[in-house]
Design a protein around this ligand. Structure first.
Ligand code: ASP
Length: 588
């Protein structure tokens, strides 16, 4: 038996008990005649004591050889500590060691295994197994486990069945590139790793499973943006015989349950907003509604004077920054520089101070009088003491720019409180989205999403106007889930593929299996998927998903610990019929 207790559970009630513990040496304090060792495992820390009076010389000498992160086993008795440590649950006791076994020695770790470590990100990732010994990482993994456990319990109690779907499949379009796996046994052929189990969960509905979920890895080969992982986890769900309302209710229930069970936060019915409304009010389809600063469109009250910048703009739009009138001229200039950065891309910013005496002072006083400015304040909801920030230009660009400014200011003003939770459903997404690069319409969600009833005819005339039965769940300005009611008949699915530019042959080759299945009694169905990594991070009051993944990839998609991706040897290449192709390509 390696241990009778763990390092977090001994209390004063067990004084005089003989125990065996095992764990890692967190630190040692050697006073010569007395040696203390902090012994650590996943459950906590327990103090060990060796002293000249009560321990043998041999034991004392052995204790002196202990280094940081040595793995040891000790036998001893629980005794009362003379100076108690109220910071840890085991702080009332210590172990007077009678036997010490060194199970494994350790090299000095490359960074300190403390809550606040001296190790930089890269180093910690390289030695992630050591990083995991640290409380912040360890606790995040335990936290993640708790969340997934709650998800499994909640959905299982609602009759959902967890079904595994394959990883070696054919492409499932979710808007990214596929990771592919060459097939040794089928020369020149490749599997794709799933971007999501979308088609399989739909087939499970055709198979009569009725309610499905899976906590599942998905793989998307995207150009990496900050805090994205090429492999990530979804809580993937699907239900048969449902309408949008049913789905929203079930998964609002799940989210509410998680907020309650994990964070102790009770949230009322989630507000809902259409995609169009979100874009108009917040310039963003995943608005953070923990704070106001809603957009006020000012075309009607700005385009009647000689200010050409506004007159020529498709949209003039502003936000009221609470207490922004305290900003100095220099602060405002810095803000203007901020919106002009290439990442934001605004040409400039007009501002208007709302003074305490109800007068206004704007950067365009030459063109606008007090009466005009009062209207700006009314429309943006600005109060005395606020600052109105106004951008103008092409509607879609300006909205994105003002949204970036809104989020930045909210961050600076401390309005994005991690312990406040504001979920929101965004509904009625457009079915299609115009892609400038390919000069074609793409499915905004994915090609299996059904258009809103009665809108199919618009596909021929105004494809961009067709709305979908698609919805996103937004939490604190992050999309945490999204889904749709699916097409479940062959004719509509074929029509969709046609509008997305697939030839009949391509559609059949790629998705013939799904359209075939639709001919054998496919029930109406729909579902959604949550991004588990982000959900866990947000519930944990943080925004970095990497901190909640045991072995994440870095920003270039590399695992620096195992050093992947890596070349494979000639023989393997040959077996996979890949070598030939490379030689052919390079004309060798
Ligand atoms: N498969 C979708 C996704 O990964 C979710 C869904 O439509 O259920 O975003």
């Amino acid at each position: 038996m390696y241990r009778s207790h763990n390092c977090g559970e001994l209390r004063a009630s067990l004084i005089n008990t003989e125990v065996t513990l095992a764990g890692w040496v967190q630190k040692t304090r050697d006073k010569g005649f007395m040696i203390w060792v902090d012994l650590r495992d996943r459950y906590g820390l327990t103090q060990l004591i060796f002293d000249e009076e009560r321990s043998s010389k041999e034991l004392m000498n052995k204790a002196k050889t202990l280094g940081r992160e040595f793995v040891i086993q000790v036998k001893g008795s629980v005794i009362e500590r003379t100076s108690k440590n109220t910071n840890i649950p085991t702080g009332d006791i210590e172990i007077l060691v009678s036997e010490l076994t060194i199970l494994n020695e350790a090299k000095t770790p490359p960074f300190t295994i403390e809550d606040k470590t001296d190790g930089g990100e890269e180093l910690r990732m390289q030695y992630r197994y050591l990083d995991i010994r640290r409380n912040p990482v360890k606790n995040n993994l335990i936290f993640r486990h708790k969340v997934t456990q709650e998800v499994r319990n909640y959905l299982s109690n609602k009759d959902f069945i967890e079904v595994e779907t394959p990883y070696l499949i054919k492409s499932t379009p979710e808007g990214a590139r596929d990771f592919v796996v060459p097939s040794r046994m089928n020369e020149g052929q490749f599997y794709a790793l799933p971007q999501s189990p979308q088609t399989f969960k739909q087939l499970l509905m055709v198979g009569g499973m009725d309610k499905y979920f899976q906590i599942v890895k998905c793989f998307r080969d995207e150009d990496l943006r900050a805090d994205r992982q090429p492999e990530f986890t979804q809580i993937d769900c699907e239900m048969a015989f449902v309408e949008q309302e049913d789905i929203l209710n079930v998964f609002e229930g799940l989210t509410r349950h998680l907020l309650k069970a994990i964070n102790g936060v009770v949230v009322d019915k989630f507000p809902r907003m259409t995609f169009d409304e979100a874009i108009k009010k917040y310039g963003n389809d995943k608005p953070d509604i923990r704070f106001g600063m809603e957009f006020g469109e000012l075309n009607g009250v700005t385009q009647h004077k000689d200010f050409n910048v506004f007159n020529q703009a498709e949209l003039v739009v502003g936000i009221a920054v609470p207490n922004g009138n305290t900003y100095s001229r220099k602060d405002i200039d810095k803000l203007i520089d901020w919106v002009r950065r290439p990442q934001v891309g605004a040409l400039g910013m007009v501002y208007c101070r709302c003074n305490d005496d109800e007068t206004f002072k704007s950067s365009v006083d030459k063109f606008y009088n007090q009466e005009d400015l009062a209207k700006w304040a009314e429309i943006t909801g600005a109060k005395a003491g606020d600052l109105i920030c106004i951008l103008s230009g092409d509607t879609s660009k300006v909205r994105v720019q003002l949204s970036a400014l809104r989020m930045e200011l909210a961050e600076r003003l401390g309005l994005r409180k991690p312990n406040e939770f504001a979920p929101l459903w965004v509904t009625d997404f457009p079915l299609l989205e115009w892609d400038e690069d390919t000069k074609r319409y793409h499915a905004m969600h994915h090609p299996f999403t059904s258009p809103k009833p009665g809108q199919i005819h618009l596909l021929d005339t105004n494809p961009g106007d067709v709305k979908a039965n698609a919805y996103d769940l937004v939490l604190n300005g992050n999309e945490i889930g999204g889904g749709s009611i699916r097409i479940h008949d062959k004719a509509t699915q074929a029509l969709m593929f046609d509008h997305l530019g697939f030839t009949k042959e391509d559609a059949k080759a790629q998705f013939g299996f799904l359209m075939d299945a639709f001919q054998y009694g496919a029930p109406p169905h729909g579902g959604l998927a949550f991004g588990l990594d982000r959900l866990v991070a947000l519930l944990g009051g943080q925004e970095t998903i990497r901190d909640f993944i045991a072995f994440p990839k870095n920003n270039s998609g590399r695992d620096v610990m195992i050093d992947a991706p890596a070349p494979i040897d000639e023989e393997q290449l040959e077996e996979l019929s890949l070598k030939l192709n490379i030689c052919e390509k390079e004309n060798i």
